[in-house]
Design a protein around this ligand. Structure first.
Ligand code: PLP
Length: 364
């Protein structure tokens, strides 16, 4: 028997979440963002469930090839554009749309020989200061692109730094609107957080939204809101089993560094899951875990292959009991990945992306 750890990707939940994002911006088209191997879920595993999207957005050219290999003939957008001139050949061959965020990318396009003009998304830096042309330089970039025979349609995009938090998006939206007011072309602005929190404004919805994390059942603004608030469902379950049981007496400790000391007799389940499976090592005593669908807590440190959990709320649990690290338990209980991430000082994004290769993955 293989080690009992297992991840499961939930197709129905992906469909539900995609529909939920579409409903939040009903007049916009939807890029399903599948970068980072579909946020750790596996592009091939999510493809069927997400093929109702209007396009797939990602940033690795190899991932774009994988989406085409699955038979997708619709739009694919490279969110960072190309990395070197010869990437443009692949764009021509596979019909990829690509972001243009710097002058070098325009130079490469100008030198590119192609029969098919490219659809480009001109990226504006409206305050995030990661990629894109500043407001002062955007129009010159637009004019250069407009003059190139290699370029077909020019769309406009920007990205918000604070769509999930108190600073919000108004300052960036204002800069974007001021700069692009009289430029033609489709617009794309909103990630998951902007779509859920700010898309009542049609200018935020634009022509294309770009949700990622919400499609994968994590709340972009946790803990202010959770997935129940946004009506999202977990799309990844990480589950394992109890492979050992210990009974501690007051004063006994668990695991490396003896970071947990029992103050009363307590039954501890040892679970086949550790940081080498992608479980966050920074989670400490108190991190939520489900045993047989009942909420309990991690105790002590996370080791490479094992964690320990408190069996007090589940007296019937023992060797072989189901443990849900995040996602859905067999009895229908849900443990949002965001809660585990918070305990480990990180985000649902990072946990999904860090699911380790050694964990077998099923699709249901
Ligand atoms: C990753 C990414 C998104 C999706 O962001 P989420 O927060 O996961 O919704 C959208 N746009 C760009 C440019 C991105 O890089």
């Amino acid at each position: 028997m293989p080690r009992p750890i297992q991840a499961t990707i939930h197709g129905e939940a992906l469909r539900h979440n995609l529909a939920r994002m579409r409903a939040a911006a009903p007049d916009a088209r939807v890029w399903a963002v599948v970068k980072a191997n579909a946020y750790g879920h596996g592009i091939e595993r999510v493809f069927e469930a997400l093929r109702g999207a209007d396009g797939f957005a990602l940033l690795d050219l190899l991932e774009a090839e994988r989406v085409r290999a699955l038979g997708w003939r619709g739009p694919i957008l490279l969110l960072e554009g190309v990395f070197e001139p010869r990437d443009l050949e692949l764009c021509s061959r596979l019909g990829l749309w690509h972001a243009v965020h710097c002058d070098a990318q325009i130079d490469w396009l100008a030198a590119h020989k192609t029969q098919v003009p490219h659809r480009v998304f001109l990226k504006m830096n409206s305050g995030m200061n990661r990629l894109g042309f500043t407001p002062q330089r955007l129009r010159a970039a637009w004019s250069r692109l407009d003059a190139l025979p290699q370029v077909d349609e020019i769309s406009l995009m920007t990205h918000f730094s604070d769509a999930d938090g108190p600073r919000g998006i108004a300052h960036q939206l204002h800069v974007f609107e001021e700069t692009t007011r009289d430029l033609p072309g489709e617009r794309s602005l909103a990630n998951s957080a902007a779509t859920l929190r700010h898309a009542a404004d049609p200018q935020v919805r634009g022509d294309w939204i770009r949700p990622g994390i919400a499609v994968y059942g994590s709340a972009p603004d946790f803990p202010e809101h959770d997935i129940a608030h946004w009506q999202l469902q977990p799309t990844m379950t990480l589950a394992s089993r109890v492979i050992g049981v210990q009974t501690l007496q007051p004063g006994d400790t668990v695991g490396y560094g003896s970071s947990f000391t029992a103050d009363a007799p307590v039954r501890i389940g040892v679970v086949a899951c550790g940081y080498a499976d992608g479980y966050p090592r920074h989670c400490t005593t108190g991190t939520p875990v489900l045993v047989e669908g009942v909420r309990t807590r991690l105790v002590g440190r996370v080791s490479m292959d094992m964690i320990a959990v408190d069996l007090t709320p589940v007296p019937q649990a023992g060797l072989g009991s189901e443990v849900t690290l995040w996602g859905h338990a067999g009895n229908g209980a849900v443990l949002p990945i965001d809660e585990v991430a918070k305990s480990g000082g990180t985000l649902g994004y990072e946990l999904m992306c860090a699911l380790a290769l050694r964990v077998p993955v099923a699709v249901d």
